[in-house]
Design a protein around this ligand. Structure first.
Ligand code: ZN
Length: 473
């Protein structure tokens, strides 16, 4: 499509929109003060068409006005206007900033010399310096110039709480821009880089909070540090913190028990184990990903998966940890008595309690027992792995309990236990099975089914993983 054609279409659309809303920009701005939803909506439409208009016309001032209107009206209407807000941030500074500083703005500490004079006075520079490139590097702004900078080439000053702007930090650099540079940062209200005077580039950082702004020169490079996060919006690629970067290397497989034709236990209120553990698994995975970990789930929907394929999947992913989530159950006669959280790790234990729980969880697939050899699988257990699994179980159990107890009373610690769980057999990494509670208990079933409880549970699991890695490796 040619630009001309696009322009025609946009103009047509714009006309239609403004005809429909029957407002111009000023009327729309007035309508913002209205309490009527319909008027604000009309204003929103008007701002949007004005924005398209301004984009085609290349009218920066109108574009800013329209964007500000979209954001203001959108906020009132609870419309997600984050894209427009971001666009607003990337706009070049309004013209008032390019003009000489307003009276409230102090002059730079060392007053810049008139252009012709300073060229003579700055011994290191013959002729003017030029900005080649500016880039973000881990939250720092790095300027690359054509020639080395001298001490007198950089002037820095800050303005505290100048009106509604919050804090403004201004850096004047004796150089020229030969093209525009769009800079944005999510921690800043605004950032602009303009040719402030014929031989002076001005960088302005606006923030609602005070920033520890410093700069350092090294030959042709100027680095501005403002304590900003390493996340820059131009590339929209979140930079990882050192902890997240380290965690990214760690692979965790979360295994929501049962699924598909195997519903697991059915308890109080007919809650299904397979549904509860899937929901908790999704929350846990997202908590872990927030911390930077690489997470896989053996299933993310209601699907049947053989027990041996669950650990097989973890092995294939070269997982560092395998966490299987289940809900425990007892016959009706004992339903009111049995409750609590327990974490199992695989071992040859044949205790009655472990055998009971394992019998429930193993029930799904008898064929898997044959696959591993009913009586011989315990012989292939690696004692090192048992110890690591035991440690993981302790960290998970204690972290989950403390997370839940921050909010809930009567959270029962039913202990870290060992047991012959088939789902853990064959895992080449530390592997545990968490029985998140008794689905048969009237109170605990309601808890493990609830979103809030699951949130606290997931947070506890993620915290436990963090603890485990902090102590091991
Ligand atoms: Zn289960």
């Amino acid at each position: 499509m040619t630009l001309k054609r696009l322009r025609a279409i946009v103009t047509a659309l714009t006309l239609t929109a403004s005809t429909l809303s029957g407002m111009n920009l000023s009327q729309a701005e007035t309508a913002l003060q209205s309490n009527k939803q319909s008027e604000i909506f009309q204003a929103y439409d008007t701002f949007k068409s004005a924005y398209m208009d301004a984009t085609v016309e290349g009218d920066a001032a109108k574009k800013r006005r329209a964007l500000e209107g979209i954001v203001a009206s959108g906020n009132k209407l609870h419309i997600d206007v984050s894209d427009y807000r971001n666009k607003l941030k990337t706009l070049p500074a309004p013209t008032t900033d390019v003009k000489p500083a307003p009276a409230t703005e102090p002059e730079p500490v060392a007053k810049p010399e008139p252009a012709s004079k300073s060229r003579v006075k700055a011994p290191s520079i013959k002729g003017q310096n030029r900005l080649d490139e500016v880039e973000w590097d881990s939250g720092n702004l790095v300027f690359h110039f054509e020639k080395p900078l001298s001490n007198r080439d950089v002037n820095f000053f800050k303005l505290k709480k100048s009106g509604k702007h919050g804090y403004r930090y201004v850096l004047d650099i004796h150089a020229v821009l030969d093209r525009s540079h769009t800079l944005t940062h999510r921690d800043l209200k605004r950032i602009s880089l303009t040719q402030y005077k014929p031989h002076t580039i001005r960088l302005v950082l606006e923030s609602s909070q005070a920033l520890p702004v410093r700069f350092a020169k090294h030959e042709k490079t100027l680095t501005v540090r403002a304590g900003l996060s390493g996340v820059t919006s131009p590339k929209r690629v979140p930079a990882l913190s050192p902890v997240q970067a380290r965690n990214k290397e760690r692979v965790i497989v979360i295994d929501p028990g049962h699924g598909g034709k195997d519903g697991g236990a059915v308890g109080h209120n007919r809650y299904k184990e397979k549904e509860i553990v899937l929901s908790l698994a999704v929350k846990t995975a997202s908590r872990l990903r927030e911390r930077g970990y690489t997470v896989y789930m053996t299933r993310s929907k209601d699907k049947f998966i053989k027990l041996r394929n669950r650990t097989g999947y973890a092995n294939k992913k070269r997982a560092d940890l395998f966490i299987s989530l289940h809900a425990n159950a007892v016959p009706k006669s004992k339903a009111r008595k049995a409750y609590g959280i327990e974490t199992y790790f695989l071992s040859p234990s044949r205790s009655k309690r472990a055998t009971n729980a394992a019998a429930l969880e193993n029930k799904a697939e008898v064929e898997d027992m044959d696959f591993y050899g009913k009586s011989t699988f315990l012989n292939v257990l690696n004692s090192e792995k048992i110890v690591a699994s035991h440690k993981l179980a302790i960290d998970l159990q204690s972290s989950v309990l403390s997370s839940l107890r921050a909010r809930y009373k009567e959270v029962k610690d039913a202990g870290v236990r060992e047991g012959p769980f088939w789902v853990l057999v064959g895992a080449q990494m530390p592997a545990v099975l968490v029985e998140i509670g008794f689905i048969t208990h009237p109170k605990e079933a309601v808890r493990i089914h609830s979103n809030t409880y699951q949130d606290y549970f997931a947070r506890g699991l993620a915290e436990g993983v963090e603890r485990y890695f902090a102590k091991n490796r």
